[in-house]
Design a protein around this ligand. Sequence first.
Ligand SMILES: [Zn+2]
Length: 574
Amino acid sequence: MMRNAVDLNLFEDFKIGDNGLTVSHLQYANDTLCIGKATVDNLWMMKALLRGFEMASGLKINFFKSSLIGVNVPGEFMSMACDFLNCSEGSLLFKYLGLPVGANPKSMSTWEPMVESLCGKLNSWGHKYISFGGRIILLNAVLNSIPIFYLTFLKMPVQVWKRIVRIQREFLWGGVGGGRKVSWVKWKSVCQQKANGGIGIKDIRVMNVSLLAKWKWRLLDGEKALWKDVLEGKYGPCKESLLVGGIASWPRNASVWWKDVVRLEDFGGQGWFNSELKRKVGNGVDTSFWMVNWCGGRSFALKYPRLFSISNQREAMVGDIGVVTEEGLVWNFSWRRRLFVWEEELLLSLMEDLEGITMSNEDDVWRWNLEDNGIFSVKSAYLKLEGLVLLEDLWGEVEKRVFANMWDSPAPSKVVAFAWRVLLNRIPTKGNLAFRNVLPPETSLLCVMCNRKEESALHLFLHCDMAALVWLKLMLWLDCLFLSPPNLFIHWECWSVRGRNKKVKKGLWLIWHTTIWVLWKARNDTIFNGQTFEVDELVEEIKVLSWRWLLHRTHSLSCLFYEWSWNPMFCLGR
Ligand SMILES: [Zn+2]
């Protein structure tokens, strides 16, 4: 109906740019948006159309829920128009498909509902009873669900990102809101993948940019769509601006959204997106020979600036220069003058690059290097950005191997997470507390288990007499002796050596984790409850706890405690 009215010149629609593109309405599910010039004629037509729609469809239009929004329209006209159409006047901050339209993504208030809902989601699970491992899973699950709608459209300001990270941290290490626990591991480390010493929490800002990048891909993609025409009408040739990236010029009235999409390259360093784009030439009609990266790693203009500067064909397409003849593809170059000898050599090198190129009848298309099928994916973009802005390279081969394996241990996740913090030296030992200036000045820094050395993670879990004896007795129990290594990573490796298969390995890892846990508990009970412990007592507790955990948490072990206590390797290998 609307289209008819426009064709018959009964409704004057909205003009975008100077290339004749107009929009009269947008429709999606139950929502309809009619757009037109603010004229009395249009109001009459709108009323007639809506009434006609009611009569034809038998549906009733809910004028109470409808609103009229004026953009640069005088107030008198708006109130007259609202009376006439019997609806309320809306402001530009209305919601279309649940998304705030016209909202400024740079303002905090736009993001408030999302932050609230994130907070609510994390609160609602009764987080007090969720294990550390559960929290990790939940954090990523929540990020992957609710706010994605926002994150797909709007670029998040840094303050919002900081707030969300704070919520995430508080949830991970304790309660949401309330409770000022020390976050022992810095956020960047938490976001590393497990094999790199982190726990694989997704960073919401990197996710945001990866999701926005999809728009860029869709703009470059050949597929036709109204929204692309709208952008072209408003901002001119989009693809060019997108490929030039940050230095593109845009009209003064460009929306924040558009600027954000064009400036996507600024996040994560120049070229993170464009460098992964490659033009696959088919018929060569739509691909610039010099300007576009279509053969080799970069554009020929960048690779052979000299040749480019003396070319007569700077604007030429691949298909203009390459001509298919009976002998195959021939490249017809045209230069402003005769080439010098050294330029001839450059040309030779260029010709070598072009060797093996073939053309077909298909259209030229963009390919995304990071996916085998050549099609952009948010996941691959996240991984790339993660590598650029998040990745830390702190660990050697041994450490990485330990980090990669330790989360496969069947021990409870809080126990594994604690051992992870021990390996990072991010636990509240006296040494660490003193370093952070949170101990009263008179406090002794000596280890309470031996009263001989300053308490550090390395001492407490490896070199302390108490720990060394506990490990020794366990080694004898497991029939696996080795000399005390310089650090816990190597200790873990020596410890796992006897695991012939994954099942035995997992059992050994669990005993290791249990030992760390029991030693820490004993240390705390000594400090805070004044208890004292014998080595044999601790060893016995480790045996009981590891047996119980293995029995309940894996379905592969079935032995009685006395069997376990007598020959654990036999029980594990059975
Ligand atoms: Zn000690």
